[in-house]
Design a binder for this molecule. Sequence first.
Ligand SMILES: Nc1nc2c(ncn2[C@@H]2O[C@H](COP(=O)(O)OP(=O)(O)OP(=O)(O)O)[C@@H](O)[C@H]2O)c(=O)[nH]1
Ligand SMILES: [Mg+2]
Length: 453
Amino acid sequence: MRKVRDQPRTTRQDLVNDLKRAGTTVSKKNISNTLHHHGLKSCSARKVPLLKPAHVQARLKFANDHLDDPEEEWENVMWSDETKIELFGLNSTRRVWRKKKDEYNPKNTIPTVKHGGGNIILWGCFSAKGTGRLHRIEGRMDGAMYREILANNLLPSVRALKMGRGWVFQHDNDPKHTARATKEWLRKKHLKVLEWPSQSPDLNPIENLWRELKVRIAQRQPRNLKDLEKMASVNDSRLQQQPAQKDAADQNFDYMFKLLIIGNSSVGKTSFLFRYADDSFTSAFVSTVGIDFKVKTVFRNDKRIKLQIWDTAGQERYRTITTAYYRGAMGFLLMYDITNQDSFNAVQDWATQIKTYSWDNAQVILVGNKCELEDDRLVPTEDSQRLAEELGFQFFEASAKDNINVKQVFERLVDVICEKMNESMDGDANLMSIHRGTSLQDSPPENHGGCGC
Ligand SMILES: Nc1nc2c(ncn2[C@@H]2O[C@H](COP(=O)(O)OP(=O)(O)OP(=O)(O)O)[C@@H](O)[C@H]2O)c(=O)[nH]1
Ligand SMILES: [Mg+2]
């Protein structure tokens, strides 16, 4: 224990060898268990910027100056930065779920090429209102090129995001950013610039967005730089479709319903939600990682109902995460793809998941998505109707692509939940207060255990 405390970088093998020399034979597993027992876990060393005392002072001053800034002030900031995305480099997702025998399946390998196979450099910006433009920097960027990027991308982004008059520009202290000519340019344009401590990428929230973009790209395994650039812009547009959810903060509603969309990967859950919440559709497939939600407020039966709609990842590997979100859900859209028999065969299993992890009275609608692809149909409508009846679910065929039955599915789900609530209202006077005024958070709401709606 002493050795590990003094030298945290000691490996388990070092400890095995030390103890062997001292005449004790222990396995690495034993060492791990003992260290765990004392609260020590093997973790990757956190990367931190290398700071000189002057940097530390500047960061402390920045933190003190902004300690009491209200949230609205941060919403006025347009954050920006440049980033490098490697084709097969360090940015890639390096862990894969595979069987032992599949180690050399190209899906599970990382091609090793000298210098990471090339990279692209991007400039981007975003604010609390959404993402701005993404620009690929070709060649070496100098001050003049930087000013051109700002003129062509920053200002249009500010206009598109309707930043208002009080917006503030953030960029770091890269010499191109702080060059006299650039400062002059910013002054002439009357841009207010957030003063920024050097060596502080960890303070810039755009880093989180870059990471999200890089993870999504790595999951799609670009084969060359052209692919990489295309994926960056596709992902960027998907990110743009997720602007800060102003609806989420709206507390003016009568009821709030938590809904979940579940079903196999690629059946179109995310597309369905985007069609409903933003009336948008993209044919690119960006498989959902974990879980995400959108908020939409609807008027039904003279009531303002806020829908918190959770879009789950269909991939098996996320199952433990996603089922944790079933608790407290009042309605489910169980989706399959009418051109994919497997996704239909899985409906029964999904129904069992609902039964296992959610309230008994959660309402479910079975949705056969991609119904515009009649020529590719593999699941006959009658089969789905029969299964829905057996399971006691309502059934719709729909298309996120052609916007068929999307709104209707959500409205039907809301209506059946309302009907169920009305039925059980006499029996459970608490029901209304449970769902009235529940606040929305980024994390899943607490389990409303005991509610018998
Ligand atoms: N033709 C057609 N394609 C669709 C429709 N809905 C979705 N897609 C496409 O199907 C693919 C998968 O869509 P997603 O919405 O990402 O699938 P998902 O169910 O969210 O998948 P996971 O996130 O992996 O669980 C994408 O390429 C979509 O463009 C539809 O109604 N018709
Ligand atoms: Mg998805």
